[in-house]
Design a protein around this ligand. Structure first.
Ligand SMILES: [Zn+2]
Length: 257
């Protein structure tokens, strides 16, 4: 969807003091939100490399991406806006409370000093309690579906766009059903490892506004490319947003990187 496109308007019957019964009143309906999840936070620093904390820089990136997407006209929800400790399961529960367009979890990676680059994860199949409640494109029951491509296509669009924007090494798109936030979130969900804090070069780059702007632009462009693809009639999706709350009684979360 083009960023300059006007908000969606629907016509509803509504009676007010100004308009007689049955008058048609245009009411803007907010689009479902895009959820941005800054990994770790609070008591959980995530990766620590070259003196830098993962939780700090993914929060900076998350806030910058939210600002960029809002300027492009999208509704955005953040799982954390400060240095808060948020359990993994709570991030998915919050995302699942309403229909959402997409969920993007931002992380920074760890490895040897030579390891570098960007990789993007999706999860399929998702956690059993989410699979049981998924509405798949074309009305295919989840138990008969071989693959729901939405998460993978979102991961591919973002991975391609972010590596193009940053010139970082392309480590590819990977399926990881064990990562809690992407497995337990009902809408198409990806986890982006935006670089290695253990790489001296990438730890230095993440501290510059210029490089973070490239990352943010790449993330936002990739997401919008996927949204246009997702909303195209020939793709066969009747709707993009997934909702709502699946039962999450089996709440033992598996770890994020
Ligand atoms: Zn992480």
């Amino acid at each position: 969807m083009a960023s300059q496109e006007a908000p969606q308007i629907v016509w509803t019957e509504k009676t007010t003091a100004e308009s007689p019964a049955g008058a048609r009143v245009a009411e803007p309906v907010p689009r479902p939100a895009i959820v941005i999840d800054a990994g770790h936070g609070g008591a959980d620093p995530g990766t620590v490399g070259n003196g830098q904390y993962e939780k700090t820089w993914v929060l900076v990136l998350s806030n910058a991406l939210a600002e960029e997407l809002r300027q492009r006209g999208w509704e955005v929800l953040l799982t954390r806006r400060d240095d808060a400790t948020i359990p993994l399961i709570d991030r998915s529960v919050r995302a699942n409370a309403e229909p959402r367009l997409a969920f993007i979890s931002l992380h920074l990676n760890a490895g040897g000093p030579e390891a570098s680059g960007i990789e993007t994860y999706y999860a399929w199949p998702k956690a059993p309690e989410v699979m049981a409640r998924l509405e798949l494109p074309g009305g295919v029951p989840p138990d008969r579906a071989i693959q729901d491509d939405r998460g993978r296509l979102l991961a591919e669009a973002i991975q391609h766009s972010v590596t193009a924007a940053t010139s970082a090494r392309d480590r590819g798109v990977k399926n990881q059903p064990q990562y809690s936030v992407i497995s337990r979130t009902r809408c198409p969900a990806v986890l982006v490892e935006c670089g290695f804090l253990t790489s001296p070069a990438e730890a230095a780059a993440i501290q510059t506004a210029d490089y973070r702007n490239k990352l943010v632009r790449g993330l936002a462009n990739g997401l919008e490319i996927w949204l246009r693809q997702a909303e195209a009639p020939e793709f066969g999706w009747t709707h993009v947003a997934e909702g709502c709350e699946p039962p999450l009684q089996d709440a033992e979360a598996t770890g994020n990187p």
